[in-house]
Design a protein around this ligand. Sequence first.
Ligand SMILES: *[C@@H]1O[C@H](CO)[C@@H](O)[C@H](O)[C@H]1NC(C)=O
Ligand SMILES: *[C@@H]1O[C@H](CO)[C@@H](O)[C@H](O)[C@H]1NC(C)=O
Ligand SMILES: *[C@@H]1O[C@H](CO)[C@@H](O)[C@H](O)[C@H]1NC(C)=O
Ligand SMILES: *[C@@H]1O[C@H](CO)[C@@H](O)[C@H](O)[C@H]1NC(C)=O
Ligand SMILES: *[C@@H]1O[C@H](CO)[C@@H](O)[C@H](O)[C@H]1NC(C)=O
Length: 372
Amino acid sequence: MALVWIGLSLLLYSLSTECLRYPTDKDSARKLFRGWQNEHRKHYRTREQEVYGFEVFHENLKKINELNDLHRSRTEYRINKFADMSVSEFKSKILMPPRKPPQRGTKTCLGSKVTDPLPQSFDWTDKGVVTSVKDQGTVGTCWAFSTIGNIEGQWAIMGKPLTNLSVELLVDCDGTQDVKDGEADCGVFGGWPFLAFQFIQKLGGLETWEDYGYCSGSGKCFPCAPPGYNKTLCGPPESYCLKNQSCAAKLNRTKFITGLEVVSWEQVDKNETIMADQLMKLGPLSIALNAALLQFYHSGIFDPPICDPQDLDHAVLLVGFGQEKSVFGTRDFWKVKNSWGHKWGEEGYFRIKRGVGKCGMNTQVVNAFLKQ
Ligand SMILES: *[C@@H]1O[C@H](CO)[C@@H](O)[C@H](O)[C@H]1NC(C)=O
Ligand SMILES: *[C@@H]1O[C@H](CO)[C@@H](O)[C@H](O)[C@H]1NC(C)=O
Ligand SMILES: *[C@@H]1O[C@H](CO)[C@@H](O)[C@H](O)[C@H]1NC(C)=O
Ligand SMILES: *[C@@H]1O[C@H](CO)[C@@H](O)[C@H](O)[C@H]1NC(C)=O
Ligand SMILES: *[C@@H]1O[C@H](CO)[C@@H](O)[C@H](O)[C@H]1NC(C)=O
């Protein structure tokens, strides 16, 4: 009898908490908008911009309600700092242009011996090898954050002190291109961790975040495009830039961290059992996914029904996996570190469904190896 009661109250509890709905009449929406403006210190330069901002915000409230109806009990969506951005603005400002996962001959000799069985859960964030959540701002530099997150992990796992490494250095200096694949690193317009690994390998080192701080994405700096920037592959470079804020002026090799060198990199198999095994053996891994519906993610396990795995537009850091047990059954998830600030999602992280290739998150799993 007691068990039935517990079961029933759990069910009622989950039913009552899963239905977040925003009121969408104009007056309520305006009230929410004012509150949101205060919370995010959002000031518009002109009246027109504010009117437009409110219109988009109002539309987004309806959209978030729809998302919450659709994902009942799995994922919760809420208004956040992106609430006055339309889907297309979010895609063009925050995400990268969607691209197919590059097809390479997989050098994956990694996946042969799998730890069997896998533990129920595993998390690098409680092992002192993952730095604080960062914020990329309103530019497409996720690829540099994902790359650096992987290398920070590798460095710490070698027994070195956990260190915030420079993301801006990659954004400013890495114009690596792979003409054969038609891929390139394009500063604030996107890039790929596997190319960035090759860049750091060639460069021969990295500076710390403290020495070469992040300034893109908040209007604090206007560096020129990185050396080697390919306009055909990347699109037009920034129209305005300051040479004295660019790589040539800022890069300082005498500040390279002693001993930190990338010697190679490898891609991990798409099979998510092998991925979990490699995550435990290697460290936090760079991954890419289709993140279009991640804009208003708040909590839970991200599992949108429509999410093209061939359209990768965001790079992040895979840090763990686990199982969520509820009255609805058991759900396997991955834990992922994002670069949208610590207030976004689950303290800067999100969880995504594991085992089904969700949003293509298993198609670009890469890891750099450091000189031991
Ligand atoms: C990394 O930088 C953050 C600030 O963004 C700071 O709070 C944290 O202590 C730094 N971590 C390390 C390991 O230095
Ligand atoms: C830039 O990319 C295009 C397209 O792949 C390629 O044809 C061209 O040679 C590249 N330009 C340079 C300067 O490498
Ligand atoms: C870079 O150049 C701009 C414009 O010429 C100038 O205002 C700024 O002070 C310079 N910054 C540095 C760090 O030299
Ligand atoms: C590079 O860093 C070294 C060591 O901190 C410093 O002494 C030197 O002045 C720096 N060089 C430039 C050009 O900033
Ligand atoms: C994934 O790899 C595991 C472990 O090697 C294997 O048992 C399983 O059959 C693989 N799954 C698929 C879909 O290939």
